[in-house]
Ligand binder design. Structure first.
Ligand code: 4GN
Length: 248
């Protein structure tokens, strides 16, 4: 997969993309990330990328010219490639959206700055708008990195074979079950006996139920759409009688 990023701050991407799993994915050529400096698409001698808003009010707005020129130059003739603006006004990112985007051979991510992006950028070149959540940050860059990370780990071969991304929490529609490693007792806190039993069927049932218990306590909204077996539905009904969801 190739991801093109349009940004005024390409250096922001260096740390997160050049460590660990994303570094390896690029070395293996499963992932190609190309960073494009929007300032390289300016025409005036001051290389301006922002200007004051029509209608007044505070702050600056990203000019349409450099951004639209940049998208067109980077996209070339591939009009089916999604051009995604990272914005609080977008559809909210989720594991499902990550899966949808991971199916594309190429994505273009547009990172805005200042108080906003001239509306004509959306009208003319943006095909999708995504938000990483209901809060505002100083630029689209950190949001783009979240997308890149979540999408990249879904590309076959990026995670080790034993880590099949389909088994992740959220891919299942539930929160993750509790994890333990050695030692078997740490400061009076034992690992649950079932995990030391070696009985994989029993362990699997326990993990599913603990995932359901956590989801009920912390994110009961997720249970509206989670796929549960008949037995798991009974378990949940029992939970609902004994364990209240946590406040907040
Ligand atoms: C995206 C961008 C939040 C998100 C952003 C989000 C930069 N803040 N929730 N800030 O995904 C106006 C122009 C704000 C750029 C944008």
């Amino acid at each position: 997969m190739q991801i093109d990023v349009l940004t005024l701050f390409p250096a922001m991407f260096e740390g997160p993309l050049t460590e660990s799993i994303l570094k390896r994915a690029q070395e293996k050529e499963l992932l190609t990330i190309r960073l494009h400096d929007i300032r390289g698409y300016t025409n005036d001698k001051h290389h301006s990328v922002d200007d004051t808003p029509y209608g007044g009010g505070g702050g600056m707005v990203m000019m349409p010219g450099p951004l639209i020129e940049a998208v067109e130059a980077v996209r070339g003739e591939e009009e089916q490639t999604p051009v995604i603006l990272l914005t609080p006004q977008g559809r909210v990112f989720s594991q499902k959206v990550a899966q949808e985007l991971a199916a594309h051979p190429r994505l273009i991510l547009v990172c805005g700055r200042y108080e906003g992006v001239d509306e004509r950028v959306r009208q003319s070149v943006v095909t999708d708008q995504i938000s990483i959540g209901d809060y505002v940050i100083t630029g689209g860059e950190l949001a783009a990195m979240i997308l890149i990370d979540a999408i990249s780990r879904l590309i076959p071969g990026v995670l080790g074979a034993r880590w099949a991304a389909e088994e992740d929490s959220h891919a299942m529609g539930l929160l993750e079950y509790p994890h333990y490693t050695r030692p078997p007792v740490f400061r009076d806190m034992p690992v649950p006996d079932v995990l030391l039993s070696g009985d994989h069927a029993v362990i699997q049932t326990w993990r599913r139920r603990e995932a359901i218990r956590r989801t009920w306590q912390r994110r009961p909204d997720l249970l509206l759409t989670a796929e549960l077996t008949e037995a798991e539905r009974w378990f949940l009904a029992e939970l609902a009688e004994t364990d209240a969801p946590l406040p907040g």
